[in-house]
Write a protein that binds this ligand. Structure first.
Ligand SMILES: *Cc1c(COP(=O)(O)O)cnc(C)c1O
Length: 351
């Protein structure tokens, strides 16, 4: 990819900054599978502490964090409750079925959210005919919901209802950092009421690799065992944990910039003929815009191709929806360049 390409495909495209690479070089290392990598231990303690949990386990990916938490809290034949747009359901290769042997009761709701009452209605009666409802999964921020931040009262409604019904609760917090910065609510408050929480360091925080699962000590012991079983036990992984610790120190508050950039990009898209997006609904770093049918030659794919020729990369979700994501990889100058490219592409393609 050309050096000056503006990459808005995802917040996973970031590369470690020079300062992060230096932190990685300086990290003290051991063998983490044998339990003596001091940097991994420091990261796990730090993550458990900021999320208000007993323990945490460093894993290679958010998918492993989520699916190990699902497996640790279910038995084959159990049922999970999740929104139909949740990453756990849509984007993890069907691991909920393949790794945990579960079924999923899917909920609908605006911007990836649902209510305690929705959870109550999804629970199966205690009868040998039915799967046992066991675990509720929430995603905050919600990726397919346009980076939406769950209001605290809705989170409490869901977790309290779930616990009242004897269910476990899991939070996919791949972008919990974004929810924290956008809402001003402390991370441990956002994590409260969840038995397990996953977080990613490789999205907006800008680390090259890594996620963590946090929860009570006995569940995280199970997660650690599952990590080994799934092939995620890493050795001198302090090299990676060093990047994550650097990110926690230096890349959390700056997410506010990504949110501001996403708002600017959404506003620019909203001014193009045939494009529909409400900039006021963009709370964090993800923008989805809908292109009215027949208004752009080649639809979303045509728009994405033309932008790519102009040095700006975004994703087409389908032939009417585009996705634009801001991150550490995109500064204010790049945002201005992207907006110029949006306008140039639209002037070529809008019919
Ligand atoms: C990216 C992401 C994950 C984890 O993805 P990996 O690529 O496996 O690290 C989990 N949940 C959400 C909402 C995500 O956006």
């Amino acid at each position: 990819m050309a050096r000056d390409t503006v990459d808005l495909r995802s917040d996973t495209v970031t590369r470690p900054t020079d300062a992060m690479r230096e932190a990685m070089m300086r990290a003290e290392l051991g063998d983490d599978v044998l339990g003596d990598d001091p940097t991994v231990r420091a990261l796990e303690e730090r993550v458990a502490s900021v999320l208000g949990k007993d323990a945490a386990c460093f894993v290679p990916s958010g998918t492993m964090a989520n699916q190990a938490c699902v497996r640790a809290q279910t038995e084959p034949g159990d049922e999970i409750v999740a929104h139909e747009g949740n990453h756990v359901y849509v984007y993890e290769g069907g691991a909920w079925a393949a790794v945990s042997g579960c079924s999923i009761a899917l909920l609908r709701g605006d911007r990836g959210m649902f209510s305690g009452e929705d959870v109550r209605r999804s629970v199966r009666p205690d009868d040998t005919h039915f799967p046992r409802t066991r675990l509720v999964c929430v995603e905050n921020t919600h990726n397919r919901g346009g980076g939406a931040v769950w209001p605290l009262a809705r989170l409490r409604d869901v977790t309290e209802t779930a616990h009242g019904l004897g269910l476990r609760t899991h939070l996919d917090g791949a972008r919990l950092w974004n929810a924290h910065v956008a809402s001003g609510v402390a991370l441990d408050e956002l994590a409260r009421g969840f038995d397990t929480v996953s977080v990613c360091f490789s999205k907006g925080l800008g680390a090259p690799v890594g996620s963590a699962a946090a929860g009570d000590a006995s569940t995280i012991r199970k997660v650690r065992r599952l990590r080994k079983m799934l092939g995620g036990g890493m050795r001198q992984s302090g090299l990676l944990a060093g990047a994550a610790l650097h990110a926690l120190d230096h890349h959390v508050d700056r997410l506010a910039e990504d949110h501001e950039h996403a708002h600017l990009l959404a506003s620019a898209l909203s001014r193009l003929p045939g494009f529909r997006v409400d900039p006021e609904s963009v709370e964090t770093n993800i923008v989805y815009a809908t292109i009215a049918e027949g208004s752009v030659a080649g639809g979303a794919a045509g728009f994405v191709r033309t932008l790519s020729d102009l040095g700006v990369r975004i994703l087409a979700v389908d032939n009417q929806i585009i996705r634009v994501v801001t991150s550490l990889a995109v500064d204010r100058t790049s945002v201005a360049r992207a907006i110029e490219a949006f306008e140039a592409a639209a002037s070529r393609l809008c019919v």
